[in-house]
Design a protein around this ligand. Structure first.
Ligand code: SAH
Length: 561
């Protein structure tokens, strides 16, 4: 939860605005000192609407450990700045400051050195991949080397989709400090080193009824130790469905802070477990639980089955999945690129998209990001390039204008992607929404989108949809209305809609919404001139209910009255 505390009337107004915008935010009323104290114990992040001096004084007596304290952001009375005051990395205050700034139209102020230089922050390095910092890591020393431009070696057993790294971080096999070491293996690491434990290990567990959590934990910890593996890399336990209610197993998982996956016996039977047992088969219907559960998770077995009186465990390693971010950049204006999209772009080692889109967001990319811009019309090729990077364990972002899922890159990419890559789709503001906002409220009731491009869709299909939309009295957004090579489609569409809709039906014609050269024209179906539209135009054709109200296009919410 995000706690909001205000000291002035202006502050309260902004705090109320945020609490309406964010379901996870809560406004703490009352005197600021008391409000901050209450919020401190209940929230992961605090936004204080007051002068930084006041904020520092209120927070100072509460500060404890920067790994556990909430992140604190302070917003000035005029709402110009969102200052990440403390807990920038661990407490998430830097990210929170950016979010607050985005929501209030303020400037984020970030003072941590690594962020200011666009370098990865060591205390949250790989956090989005689930990495944990090993206690006792030399974060300050390695961080100083990083900021100072000295060579820092990065040693990792496998390639992780880390995103772009600064030039002075060199991937290497030599354990030569200063070092960033990513591994689930317990090993001697020369100092100074920042050691990260990736979420790579799964433990398969079988147990008889009533087996205690202590026994399971002891067996599992011994297995990890003997296998030379770090407990901090354990990310999941797995067992057979029949053990779903087993308290000892659930207790052990809780102690380790990991979830348990349960597989049906029928699925475990199919796994080629190396040490099957007849007795187990008679009891639960599969000859292996611990080993088979590890294999069923898709992991490779590292530590074969070991047993204690009432339990068995086996440990395996999951393959690393690369990342594919599919990102919608909105209509054009930078303020309409959502914070999540910025975050995804900053995490991508490779960005693929049309040149014009990539140019728009180039400054949001971290130093070291590779960029590829294959030409227009090669959607499948762009998707393939990005996927190839993700499949190789890297992180790639595919960018589209508007929303990537609406006539964008999301479908061609997901048609090709399998489970071997992790996919995150970041929504954007599609052209219809952007145009609607400029026109008024034309999408206030049922509406649909139709692309007039017959390059990938036969014209008969488009025509049928136009008739159905007209028949259904939908408001219709027409994407791709006209290009140099496609000149007759919009006029044809206009005539089809006119079969069912009056010539007076309002039509909004929006060119270059939220980008340079923006034009907004209100006309009607009878007088619409198709030659005024081009590739950068979207049209919104009203329903029978759509009206002009004070020069704005409005479709009423209801049909009554
Ligand atoms: N994924 C995009 C749509 C791509 S199809 C989105 O969600 O917006 C391309 C068509 O979208 C263009 O021919 C035009 O009809 C429309 N379009 C995209 N951006 C636009 C903008 N800023 N202004 C007006 N129309 C736009």
């Amino acid at each position: 939860m995000i706690g909001l505390v205000a000291a002035t009337e202006n502050g309260r107004r902004r705090a109320r605005r945020l609490s309406r915008l964010w379901p996870g935010a809560r406004l703490y009323e009352g005197g600021p000192r008391e409000a901050v104290r209450r919020a401190w114990g209940e929230c992961e992040g605090l936004v204080l609407f007051m002068a930084s001096g006041a904020a520092v004084r209120l927070v100072a007596p509460l500060l404890g450990d920067k790994r556990r304290d909430p992140g604190v952001v302070c917003v000035d009375d005029a709402g110009r700045y969102a200052v990440s005051l403390c807990g920038g990395h661990g407490g998430g205050a830097n990210a929170l400051a950016r979010r607050v700034a985005g929501a209030l139209g303020a400037e984020p102020v970030i003072t941590t050195a690594s962020d200011a230089l666009g370098l990865p922050a060591l205390d949250s390095f790989g956090e989005h991949l689930g990495f944990r910092v090993e206690e006792g890591s030399d974060l300050a020393a390695v961080g100083a080397a990083l900021v100072g431009g000295r060579t820092v070696r990065l040693v990792s057993d496998v390639r992780w989709p880390l995103g772009p790294l600064p030039e002075n971080v060199v991937c290497s096999e030599e354990m030569e400090p200063p070092l960033i070491f990513i591994s689930d293996r317990l090993s001697e690491v020369p100092r100074p080193a920042a050691v990260y434990r990736p979420p790579s290990l799964v433990a398969g567990v079988g147990c008889s009824r009533g087996a205690g959590a202590g026994e399971i934990l002891e067996l599992l910890r011994a297995a990890l130790r003997d296998g030379g593996l770090s407990e901090a890399s354990l990310c999941s336990m797995a067992s057979v469905e029949a053990k779903r209610g087993e308290e000892g197993l659930l207790g052990a998982a809780e102690e380790l802070g990991v979830p348990v996956r349960f597989f049906p016996a029928g699925e475990l039977v199919r796994q080629p477990a190396p040490n099957p047992s007849r007795a187990v088969e008679r009891a639960v219907g599969t000859p292996s639980v611990a080993e088979a559960a590890v294999l069923a998770c898709g992991a490779a077995l590292l530590v074969e089955k070991r047993r204690s009186k009432n339990a068995t465990v086996a440990v395996g390693r999951l393959p690393v999945r690369g990342r594919l971010y599919i990102v919608g950049l909105g209509p054009g204006e930078e303020a309409l690129v959502p914070p999540l999209a910025r975050e995804a772009l900053s995490r991508a080692g490779l960005v693929v998209g049309l040149k014009s889109y990539v140019e728009r967001i180039r400054h949001l990319l971290r130093p070291g990001t590779r960029i590829l811009t294959p030409p227009l019309g090669e959607e499948a090729e762009r998707a393939r390039i990005a996927l190839e990077e993700a499949r190789a364990g890297g992180s790639a972002a595919l960018v589209s204008g508007g929303d990537a899922g609406i006539y964008g890159m999301a479908s061609p990419a997901l048609e090709l992607a399998g489970e071997e890559v992790e996919v995150e789709v970041v929504p954007g503001i599609t052209a219809a929404q952007a145009a609607a906002a400029l026109l008024g409220a034309p999408l206030g009731h049922d509406h649909c989108a139709i692309s007039l491009s017959d390059l990938l869709t036969p014209w008969e299909v488009i025509e049928r949809r136009l008739r159905a939309a007209a028949e259904g009295d939908f408001v219709v957004s027409l994407y791709n209305p006209r290009s140099r090579g496609r000149t007759w489609q919009l006029e044809k569409a206009r005539r089809i809609l006119l079969e069912r809709r009056s010539p007076g039906t309002p039509v909004g014609v929006v060119r270059n919404a939220f980008r340079p050269g923006q034009e907004v024209v209100l006309t009607d179906l009878g007088s619409l001139r198709p030659e005024e539209a081009d590739m950068n135009t979207i049209l919104i054709v009203g329903s029978s209910r759509t009206r002009l109200q004070a020069g704005r296009m409005v479709t009423p919410r209801g049909y009554a009255g």
